[in-house]
Design a protein around this ligand. Sequence first.
Ligand code: 4AD
Ligand code: MG
Length: 433
Amino acid sequence: MTGKDATSISRIGEKSGSEAAVRGWLYNRRSSGKIQFLIVRDGTGYLQTVVAKSEVSPETWAEAERATQECSLVVSGRVREEPRAPGGWEMTVTDVRILGPSENYPITPKEHGVDFLMSQRHLWMRSSQQHAVLRVRSEVSQAIRDFFYEREYTLIDSPILTGSSVEGTSTLFETDYFGEKAYLSQSGQLYLEPAAAAFGKVYCFGPTFRAEKSKTRRHLTEFWMIEPEVAFLEFDGLCDLAEEFVTYLIARTLDRSAEDLARLERDTSKLEAVERPFPRITYREGIERLAAKGFPIQFGEDLGADEETALTEGNSRPLIVSRFPTAIKSFYMQPDPEDPDVVLGLDMLAPEGYGEIIGGSQRIHDLELLERRLAEHKLPREAYEWYLDVRRYGTFPHSGFGMGLERFVTWMCGTHHLREAIPYPRTLKRIYP
Ligand code: 4AD
Ligand code: MG
């Protein structure tokens, strides 16, 4: 049997009591004299297959003995229910065929350092925990698209090669564009604002780039961002949207990724506890609370990872911090009419120390103010003429936010470092594999 009519392991239950073949890789094996247990994985699940010396031909027995970790193979036999086996099914083997041998697979069941594992990322993703995290990522991505689709947003893909910076000039990746300077996109926002005037409610979802020189567990140089932008939406509505979005994604993850979260031993009661409304405080309230906790932050200073963790301590829900000092936020943020030293920007901080997952704001819709801000931030006016057009032709209040996919997935999975939440992480020191 070549496995052409192979069953995927996730559907093996449909073959209960009958013959089936599975095609995949040898995940693990155990033998006890006259019985070999071959654990096969095919990407959709794991199946324990049992080879009994007394029931198979000597060739099949020998072939099973030759099967080493991560060789590809086809295993055929009878499927039966076995509550003690992983997944609940077991196969009594009649035939084993090795398709591709695998000698000295570098990742063994012993402990390896993360640096080594990251250099083997192309293989490490076969391991059960990494596999689970990336499946959660896939589910979350789908949930993100469904959320916006169900609410009649139009998907507007923003460009990756850009001529203007959004989030400051210190983290730009520069590249030559036929003799002109171009940058890898830091955010699709500037391209979404004009689209909001064309379509009303829009979003983009794609890779973004930041030349982050800092080596932290929360920063990648390439990460995926989901960004909605909505015409006529003002700041309070934006906070509501961010809250609705996050609770939707959590419910979907708990529903569709239960098996993977269990594999990751995620304490899902912590995620089930996330309900609306989320607590909301202003930056000014935040620094007062921090002062009481022994963090002497002055107005105008940014909140670091330690401050974020201190602010969310004891919270079961994310915290929305709003109204940051104008000087520490991006040029496009709308000033608060009631407190002109601060802007209508928000950061959503996840509980359990996962930090900022969302950053967003109401945008400046007044042409003159925006021109002034560009000058204050020493941004080259010519590169933003097209963006200013949004204010020249039928300006309107509008708001949007960005959520880092890896930040969210890391929180869902309860993993420590962002680098495991993306298939091929790019960090300060890593562009291989
Ligand atoms: O707060 P940020 O910089 O906001 C923007 O880029 C806005 N233009 C978005 C918008 O309003 N449309 O980034 C948004 C989110 C952060 O909250 C964080 O989740 C994620 O993007 N993020 C990163 N994730 C991984 N690695 C990095 N280096 C990240 N920088 C930001
Ligand atoms: Mg931010």
